[in-house]
Design a protein around this ligand. Sequence first.
Ligand SMILES: C[S@@+](CC[C@H](N)C(=O)[O-])C[C@H]1O[C@@H](n2cnc3c(N)ncnc32)[C@H](O)[C@@H]1O
Length: 272
Amino acid sequence: MSATDQSPSSRAALDEVVAQVRSASKSRDILPALIERLAARELSAGIAPREAVKRVKRQLHQSGGAYFAGKPAYGRWLTALETADPEARRAELAHQFTIHRSMAERAGALEAYYSGLFAGIQAPACILDLACGLNPLGRPWMPVQPERYRACDIYLDMLDFVARASGLTGFPVETFAHDLAAGPPDEDGADVVLALKTLPCLDQIEPGAGARLIEGLTARHVIVTYPLLSLGGRQKGMEANYRRSFDAVARGSGRQVSELSLPGELGFRLSR
Ligand SMILES: C[S@@+](CC[C@H](N)C(=O)[O-])C[C@H]1O[C@@H](n2cnc3c(N)ncnc32)[C@H](O)[C@@H]1O
């Protein structure tokens, strides 16, 4: 079942599944188009609506919800950033990073991390940060300062927070919602695209979606990273698995590959 081509009864079933998923506080702020696509996939596979609701919620948790270490207090955090002086603002941001497990993992070594991430990249005019989480708020620690920094994710409230908080820090970020499992967004002239710890999440939603995303990008440089620890903090042979999975991504991209030296992550730059 696609979201546009349905009988009235299947449309009603789809709307009901989407409404039930969105009524849960954990998925209320997720891009509705992604919820609808996941729900349509379950229903067209013959899954009953009640079970479809459970499956879509489980998928959304695995791809996004699991990365939150608690409930973000965006309103309170904006006030704290607004009232802090520049030095205290950095400390406040570093504290806020701990809510998103992905950013929390690098929060103790931001300068070393970004210097490894952007090694060999000279003065980019525009960076596009895909499935960004809170990473764009790391701009004050980055060694490159583009004229434009664009970022997308599926959490509408987090994107709003990133846009407002980045404005307060003096390192503005333009945010927009986009489901990367459906394909790349408009790159809008970006010369560097970041896909940090993102491809495994996309492959969970749709096998092969990560490689297809990278193949579809046209920017001169694409930086791809993978986590070295699971969310539970275990190693489980992740590095060997992700190296294998990156090999396939790199082959499909037809780009030149350089491995990056990053604290805590496996990273590569793919360049044309
Ligand atoms: C492992 S976190 C990485 C976050 C960030 N790139 C970083 O390294 O800090 C994965 C991110 O992917 C986002 N995400 C999951 N599925 C997505 C999709 N289909 N399209 C866009 N973003 C997605 C999640 O909301 C989450 O922020």
